[in-house]
Design a protein around this ligand. Sequence first.
Ligand code: FRU
Length: 477
Amino acid sequence: MTALAFSLMAMSAAAAAGGASKPAEVTIASPVYHETYRPQFHFTAEKNWINDPNGLVYYKGEYHLFFQHNPKGINWGNMTWGHALSPDLVHWQQLPNAIEPDGLGTIFSGSAVVDWNNTAGFQSGDENVIVAIYTAAGGTSPESQGRPFTQCIAYSNDRGRSFTKYDGNPVLKHIVKDNRDPKVIWHGLTKRWIMALFLDGETFALFSSPNLKEWTHLHDLKLPGCGECPDFFPLAVEGQPGKLKWVFTAANGKYFVGDFDGQKFTPEGDLQQVDFGKNYYAVQTYSDIPESDGRRIQIAWMNGGKYPEMPFNQQMSFPCELRLRRLPGGMRVFRTPVKEIEALHARTHRWRDVILKPGDNPLAGVARELFDIRAEFELREATEVGIKAHGEAITYSAKDKRLNCLAASAPLEPVDGKVRLQILVDRTSIEVFGNDGRVSLTSCLVPQGPTRLECFAAGGTARIVSLTAHELRSAWR
Ligand code: FRU
């Protein structure tokens, strides 16, 4: 469900109650960040509602995570940019809210960039300026009644600790309906900023600007069945040094791969999908990751997770690296957890070359809550192989050639009769990655009791080529 859908629900609940929605009363039974349903290595706000990741930008050793936030309530509303910082994409510290609603509207989704060349002229000191580009959602608050949705900017001269709204806002006037969610990237060849924007229905648009203040429309494009939160970025093609392709994603993560010359994006092939989970939405990638690192790192809102009686609502996905591979069918995005997950690895359990008969469970003795599991199975005569965590089966069905978890399912071809899995198990989520990220399943759950791991085969004997279960520490020290 999209955040706007949530907002409609919240509004009708408020109307039914005969007034503005009140924050729910909640009891915090345990210290903050250790409550019953608090994710232990996925970002949540200390309290209240969050949705889309916004303004993902890296500057001077700090990963900024801004996010759609209701500072006043457990449900969607009062959209404000919350802010968290991390040195490693694993340990987060929440800071004061970054951008607050004003007379132009509440603050909807958008992006952030480092203006290395001071193109906007906002730099006042030694620090390079971080510029946030967001939607002012006119008409979503009493202060902004009668105003439309426009695109605005705000800048920070103190490494993202405070933002000043540009006094010439909006920088992009209303175009159509609830046009929103600007994602901006620097295009080095033309020395222009490029903005991807959601217009309406399944239509998106690209704009360019020399200075983040004046924008020229380049062209529109349609992503069938998609809406909201576009992202647009180059990816190196694996195994083809120097070859870049451009990827255009929508909120649901579906994407086109194509070419971009600074004026026009030309998609090749059909719309593709990498994640098939229940809770993967409003995806956005980091801006300004140093070239020496070179990764394209994506975070999704795990939309629709349930956290009964908790002081917070909703969680982000674990950050993932995106890679591009040419397959016989065309270019495909692969998605795997960033290697920084290793910072949380605690005790490791390993198996190698084990015959797995129906009824066997080599993982029987491993009973913890948080895991990074990596497994390679040779299917042999088995019709199904898999792992159970939180009582939920992550199953590869050899018959259907599908990977299944929590009522979601992804197509996955075995490679030489084998499948490889990586599985991140947190308190309220399971993220599964098949064959090095060819597909993923990002899903939330409400755990029903202690985690007992299981590794199983059904219908015949399989072989565990290798199985490594890393117990994880909590990121909340
Ligand atoms: C996506 C979305 C965006 C919008 C934001 C509002 O979930 O609907 O289109 O900017 O959420 O919170």
